[in-house]
Design a protein around this ligand. Structure first.
Ligand code: FAD
Length: 198
């Protein structure tokens, strides 16, 4: 998969970046692919570097997507959980939460039985969404998951129930990848459409 093809620490850079920092295809750190905690560790590292230029070496030759910290940088590079102010650009988590809200809400408002036109529109949307999602490593993995050769992960678009379940499975795929707890897909409608039963 895209984000696991080059695991953390598997690059040959001289100055590894903090754990969790993902680089864009141009080699610069990708904000929408990186958590705010890792981003802060990165800016802290840059601050340290500017006050003590010999503390790290250049990272411009780094061509890997995933990076990691060295023991000497650990103090500066350890990400701490934090919230982003609401008027700041999103990190990978904020972007993800907002996007899942959109995607599950699209499933929640999908027709109980969708006609061919509606199915085609949603199919097109998902295809382009998977190409254009602003976290490129997320997008690459999502596309690869959808295009699994077995065909088993292709969007199920005939009905709201099928589509909502499919979306839940897609989300669980990412949850598994990130080591998060899987969501019980029998509850997707309560979470995203009807509200919880009392
Ligand atoms: P989220 O995972 O954002 O979930 C939001 C809410 O949805 C949860 O609180 C829960 O109530 C509900 N929920 C959880 N699971 C399910 C489910 N299976 N079905 C229905 N509802 C559910 N982040 C990365 O770091 N790397 C990636 O490669 C990556 N890929 C992504 C790909 C896509 C297509 C998207 C949309 C996001 C991706 N993300 C990725 C972001 C990641 O999925 C999370 O959104 C982010 O880590 C924040 O997680 P969270 O724990 O706040 O809850």
């Amino acid at each position: 998969s895209a984000s696991s093809s080059k695991p953390a620490g598997d690059d040959d850079s001289k100055a590894p970046l903090p754990k969790g920092v993902v680089l864009d295809k141009d080699g610069k750190p990708c904000r929408t692919c990186t958590s705010v905690a890792s981003w802060r560790a990165l800016t802290k590292q840059a601050d340290l570097k500017s006050t003590n230029p010999s503390s790290t070496s250049s990272s411009t030759s780094n061509t890997s997507k995933m990076t990691t910290s060295t023991p000497t940088l650990a103090a500066a590079a350890t990400p701490s959980p934090s919230e982003i102010p609401s008027n700041c650009p999103p990190d990978v988590e904020e972007l993800g939460r907002s996007t899942w809200t959109l995607l599950h809400s699209m499933a929640a408002t999908y027709p109980e039985k969708a006609n061919m036109d509606h199915q085609a529109n949603m199919s097109g949307f998902l295809k382009f969404f998977a190409k254009l999602y602003p976290c490129w490593v997320c997008a690459d993995d999502f596309q690869a998951w959808m295009a699994h050769p077995s065909g088993q992960n292709q969007p199920k678009l005939e009905s709201r129930k099928e589509f909502g379940w499919w979306m839940c499975e897609a989300h669980n795929e990412v949850n598994r990848k990130l080591g998060k707890k899987e969501f019980d897909c029998r509850l997707w409608e309560e979470r995203w459409r009807t509200g919880w039963k009392d």
